[in-house]
Design a protein around this ligand. Structure first.
Ligand SMILES: [Zn+2]
Length: 337
């Protein structure tokens, strides 16, 4: 049995924003090795773990890239301008601490803070923000970071309450763990199974598209997180809650899941006594669309782990949902469609 907090901590330390997934991929390869017959990296860096079977090709995908910030300019006073890799809420970044790959730390701040007191948070944009790394000149800052350096949330995973994992990058490293836990439960299957840890989901589902082109699956299931409607900050009517089971996605902005796959996942959950919630979300896309619409296309769906505070430094998921999610993925992997 995998120790979820321990693995999430290791993955968070290895993970980098989209386009820089190799270290995380190497760590996942080490963890996945006992559960597959062969593995390889695609030309763009997605990790494919193949469990051979005589039947149709079934692909699972969880993305191993995370969102981040990239330095675009260093001012004379030593402050850093940046842009985003993946979706960020600019207002939520204010006073967030970040760390660079080389260990340099900084804090995101708002320019001319006094002028903003009366303005709505939604009017704040990324160019209104900068990173303070405590340098006092351009020269000093340039000795610490360079243009193009990547910054990530400087928070650590922790257990909250008796069942929740809180911290950065549950999206989608928690799903990578779910996929590993599912692999552990599948010793034999008639399906020809490809477990894929994809790259560059946060910038346009690119790893799902390219790995689907390599594998040409008949069926595919993405594993990601989804926002919930169970807390006061939700602002959207989403009938999904943390702790009530993984979801079977019906639709998101990028995809209308194949009805055949939705029904298959629902029936499989019911037959195995696994709690699940149906999910329709009004914002965000997933690797599902990449699997479904690449090449000749595949019958595709998605399972999500309900997650509060998505894309913040402190996302929150239920460990029970992760365990039930792994059971559902394993049950789907062992069943022929
Ligand atoms: Zn995601």
């Amino acid at each position: 049995m995998l120790n979820i907090l321990e693995i999430q901590t290791k993955l968070v330390e290895a993970a980098l924003p989209s386009g820089h997934e190799r270290a995380c991929g190497e760590l996942l390869a080490e963890l996945a090795k006992p559960y597959c017959d062969e593995m390889w990296f695609t030309p763009t860096g997605s990790l494919v773990c193949h469990r051979k079977g005589p039947g149709k090709r079934l692909m699972f995908a969880a993305h191993m890239d995370v969102i981040g910030l990239i330095v675009t300019n260093i001012s004379e006073q030593g402050y850093l301008s940046f842009t985003n890799i993946g979706g960020h809420n600019p207002a939520a970044l204010i006073h967030t601490t970040v760390r660079f790959e080389n260990g340099v730390r900084g804090i995101v701040k708002l320019k001319n803070q006094g002028d903003w007191a009366e303005k709505p948070a939604s009017s704040i944009t990324l160019p209104d923000l900068y990173i303070d790394i405590a340098a006092t000149s351009r020269e000093e800052a340039e000795s610490m970071v360079a243009l193009g350096d990547l910054a990530m949330f400087d928070t650590k995973p922790a257990i909250v309450g008796d069942d929740c994992l809180m911290g950065p990058y549950c999206d989608d490293l928690a799903s990578c763990i779910v996929l590993l836990m599912a692999m552990e439960q599948v010793d034999k299957s008639d399906n020809d199974i490809y477990y894929v840890f994809t790259v560059q989901e946060e910038v346009g589902l690119k790893g799902a598209i390219t790995s689907t082109a390599c594998i040409e699956p008949h069926f595919g299931i993405a594993i990601d997180v989804c926002p919930t409607g169970d807390d006061l900050s939700a602002g959207q009517e989403i009938p999904v809650a943390v702790g009530k089971g993984p979801t079977v996605k019906i639709k998101d902005v990028s995809v209308i899941c194949s009805p055949k796959m939705v029904a298959f996942m629902q029936v499989t959950a019911e037959e195995h006594g696994i709690p699940y919630q149906n999910e329709i979300i009004l914002g965000g896309g997933t690797d599902t669309a990449g699997i479904m619409h690449t090449g000749k296309g595949a019958i595709a769906g998605c399972m999500s782990i309900p997650c509060r505070n998505v894309h913040s430094p402190r996302e929150l998921v239920s460990i029970r949902d992760m365990e039930n999610g792994a059971k559902l993925i394993a049950a789907c992997a062992k069943t022929t469609m």
